[in-house]
Design a binder for this molecule. Structure first.
Ligand code: DX5
Ligand code: ZN
Length: 220
């Protein structure tokens, strides 16, 4: 079975204290820090980009799992690579014409390439990105409409996770949106091994407990 990775979404943190919030999550047992890059165009929200990643990188060696909710992901590869991003996950809906170049560029900058899909996008759309040359190493299945934290988990997305896990036993399959103690079982039993969680972790009195509960569920 693939390794469990718990990635708190820094979108739910206090952005004015990003470095200490990141350290707090690592102290609580986080494996990765999930960084939501939104351009106000692909999604109706605007968050952070390369300058913020670069600032955070000066304070931590942690794996920065960047989720690009942007219309032109190719434009972000070089700046994010320079800034110190570790993973670069773009949306399949934003890269239908140029995903091969995108994956190649991401790899050449030393980042781990991933692809994400919105709830309305069928899983079959990511197959070409997994099978050929220049393939991605992670699939991020959105379990809410991208754009905001604190939304309700969509259990029907677990069919995508199950299908993907059957076809790719050792692939990193990440889920994002509405994950927490009450929804982790659905995700882990479907086969997800990377779990993004924002509000359930940052809103908990004891984030370490929530992180360990989710890890145990994935590793069961
Ligand atoms: C939503 C983002 C998520 C978000 C998850 O578009 O991609 O990473 O922060 O937040 P929760 O866990 O609160 O749903
Ligand atoms: Zn995300």
């Amino acid at each position: 079975m693939v390794k469990a990775i718990i990635a708190p979404s820094m979108l739910s943190s206090d952005f004015a204290n990003l470095a200490s919030e990141a350290q707090r999550m690592l102290n609580c047992g986080a494996d990765w820090l999930h960084m939501d890059v939104m351009d106000g165009h692909f999604v109706p929200n605007l968050t952070l980009g390369a300058p913020v990643i670069e600032s955070l990188r000066k304070h931590t060696k942690a794996y920065l799992d960047c989720h690009l909710m942007v219309t032109n992901p190719l434009d972000y590869v070089e700046p994010l690579g320079k800034a110190g991003a570790s993973g670069f996950t773009f949306h399949v809906e934003a890269s239908r014409d140029n995903w091969q170049e995108l994956v190649q560029q991401i790899k050449s900058k030393g980042m781990k390439p991933g692809v994400s899909l919105k709830p309305g996008t069928p899983i079959e759309e990511v197959y070409p990105l997994l099978d050929g040359e220049n393939s991605v190493e992670l699939v991020l299945v959105m379990t809410v409409e991208p754009g905001f934290g604190g939304q309700k988990f969509m259990p029907e997305m677990m069919d995508k996770v199950r299908t993907l896990r059957k076809k790719y036993p050792s692939l990193d399959i990440e889920v994002d949106g509405g994950l927490g103690p009450s929804t982790i079982e659905a995700a882990s039993s479907a086969g997800a091994n990377c779990v993004v969680a924002g509000s359930s972790v940052f809103g908990a009195p004891d984030p370490a407990q929530v992180i360990s509960l989710m890890r145990n569920s994935v590793e069961e």
